[in-house]
Design a binder for this molecule. Structure first.
Ligand SMILES: Cc1cc2nc3c(=O)[nH]c(=O)nc-3n(C[C@H](O)[C@H](O)[C@H](O)COP(=O)(O)OP(=O)(O)OC[C@H]3O[C@@H](n4cnc5c(N)ncnc54)[C@H](O)[C@@H]3O)c2cc1C
Ligand code: SF4
Length: 495
């Protein structure tokens, strides 16, 4: 409820900024979302916020963005104030405003029996406006502490940690093994989901605030953890969780069977001007994507843009139900079948299929088909797959290119070359409640700490670890306390 418009949700239907038409967007690598938005439309969308007293949307947002406040500010046209409110909890609102699956919206009170507020689009609009108007500027600290921190990895977790630590007055150096800043925001998420100039301008803001970036440095090979410890007062490992899960079946070694991440990364580099290796080009090829998740969807959409002749996305699981089940009520995210943006553009999906072998029927060393079996699963009381029941076997599906996108198995910790940095049973880097690893002064954040997750969680992790490092270095910290852990709902305004 905007103060000016208490009944906005009754008067205005939900009208998001929305996506470009599938037939048009699939023909290019430009962003899939509509480019332009109308400030008047966004203001009326802000009016739809009921300011319901217990902002479940904020509890749904992993970083606790103060959503009702900026909805109200936008409804009154106070864009600059809204930007300040947004930056109070989120270092990079455009990272989330463009890529977040918006768990806040499924938790919005309106979503109980109506359409949620277009929270993610309002976030995007605020930050778009902020860049366009030149309101987003470097904010270097007024004084320095004399302490130095090394951040390893320049994904959203590393960048958020670096900006927070720098603003606390520490000197920060970010080490990145790639040739460019951004982690999966740069090499992973396709350009049409997140345009790369958005990372470049944030990296420039961080440079202008005094942060140093050293690209092309592999920590563990070019410089050891002990060398970093000797040169810096604290180290933050934000190395992601990119070890891909493999499919160990006959024929895995055949040409044309690739990890989805290799493929997506090659196309990111191609979009940045590098040549595309023929092995990474799906033009005119039959493509099969293994894995029904988001990385799989990005592979489907990339294959269509490259001109694949057909694309099939296979999931080992059965499809989700069409409607919410009794054990999946608001404000949880609805576990229902939804067509992904990628399948709106074309392609087929198939469920309950397990790969038995990759086949090379003409014996030329290249994959030309998959052998599949139709399966059901017995599950334990946590819903985890236990025993496989094969319903049908020997199903042959032609394929020139198979992209494996069945998940990740944690950080590439081996490359750190330090036996003290061990993995937990859930494949995350071992750390205590302060996020400190068994090596004193060495902390961990982002996907390396919680497993392959979301950009918004990575930003929250980066903010959290920055506060922990600041506390460890200084004994106290003015950086904001963690919001990415469960917290009690805020009291209604005025109490
Ligand atoms: C294909 C794909 C699509 C995705 N799409 C979305 C999406 O739409 N929305 C969403 O919210 N999330 C999405 N995600 C998840 C999201 O990208 C990640 O959760 C997020 O990027 C994690 O951030 P991070 O900083 O922890 O790690 P990363 O982004 O993985 O960054 C880690 C960085 O550390 C560097 N590094 C690793 N080891 C070393 C070393 N030894 N020395 C130096 N540097 C090192 C890496 O090169 C990398 O740059 C997607 C993930 C994938 C794979
Ligand atoms: S970061 Fe994600 S969950 Fe949080 S307000 Fe933005 S869209 Fe919603």
């Amino acid at each position: 409820m905007s103060e000016n418009h208490p009944d906005g949700f009754l008067r205005h239907p939900r009208r998001p900024i929305g996506y470009r038409e599938p037939a048009s967007r699939v023909a290019d690598f430009h962003q899939i979302y509509r480019f332009r938005w109308d400030p008047a439309q966004l203001r009326t969308q802000g009016e739809r916020c009921m300011d319901c007293g217990i902002p479940t949307c904020m509890a749904g947002c992993p970083i606790g963005n103060i959503i009702p406040d900026w909805n109200d500010l936008v409804s009154r046209g106070a864009w600059r104030e809204a930007l300040a409110r947004l930056h109070a909890t989120n270092n990079f609102p455009e990272f989330t405003g463009y890529t977040c699956p918006a768990p806040c919206e499924t938790a919005c009170t309106l979503a109980i029996n109506d359409d949620a507020v277009t929270i993610k689009d309002i976030e995007r609009a605020i930050v778009d406006q902020g860049w366009e108007a030149g309101w987003i500027r470097p904010e270097p600290p007024s004084e320095r502490t004399g302490r130095q921190v090394a951040v390893v990895g320049s994904g959203p977790a590393g960048l958020a940690a670096a900006q927070q630590l720098n603003r606390a007055g520490h000197r920060v150096t970010v080490f990145e093994r790639d040739d460019a800043i951004g982690g999966l925001m740069r090499y992973g998420i396709p350009d049409f989901k997140f345009a790369k100039h958005q990372v470049a301008r944030r990296a420039q803001q961080l440079r202008d605030e005094g942060i140093e970036f050293r690209c092309g440095v592999v920590v563990g090979e070019d410089v050891s953890i002990d060398e970093l410890k000797a040169r810096f007062d604290a180290v933050c490992l934000a190395i992601g969780a990119r070890r891909p899960r493999d499919v160990a079946v006959p024929g895995r070694e055949l040409q044309g069977v690739l990890f989805g991440m290799e493929y997506l990364c090659a196309e990111n580099r191609h979009q940045a001007g590098e040549p595309l290796d023929a092995a990474m080009n799906a033009q005119g090829r039959r493509v099969v994507v293994l894995g029904g998740g988001d990385t799989g969807a990005d592979c489907v959409a990339t294959a269509h843009r490259q001109g694949a002749s057909s694309v099939v996305q296979i999931s080992i699981n059965p499809p989700l139900p069409e409607t919410r089940q009794a054990d999946n009520l608001w404000p949880q995210s609805p576990q229902v079948r939804q067509q992904t943006y990628a399948l709106q553009e074309g392609g087929e999906e198939a469920f309950s299929l397990n790969v038995a072998a990759f086949l090379d029927q003409d014996q030329d060393g290249r994959v030309d088909a998959l052998e599949l079996e139709r399966v059901d699963w017995k599950r334990d009381d946590q819903g985890r797959r236990t025993d496989k029941i094969v319903r049908e076997s020997g199903i042959i599906l032609p394929a020139h290119k198979v992209l494996i996108a069945i998940g990740f198995e944690g950080p590439e910790a081996a490359c750190l070359n330090d036996p003290r940095l061990t993995l937990t049973s859930s494949h995350t880097l071992e750390a205590d409640a302060r996020k400190m690893t068994p090596v004193p002064g060495v902390f961990v954040a982002g996907d390396a700490s919680r497993g392959q997750s979301l950009v918004v969680w990575a930003i929250g992790e980066g903010r959290d670890v920055a506060r922990q490092i600041d506390l460890w270095l200084m004994g106290s910290s003015r950086l904001p306390a963690s919001l990415s852990t469960p917290y009690p709902p805020l009291p209604p305004k005025g109490l």
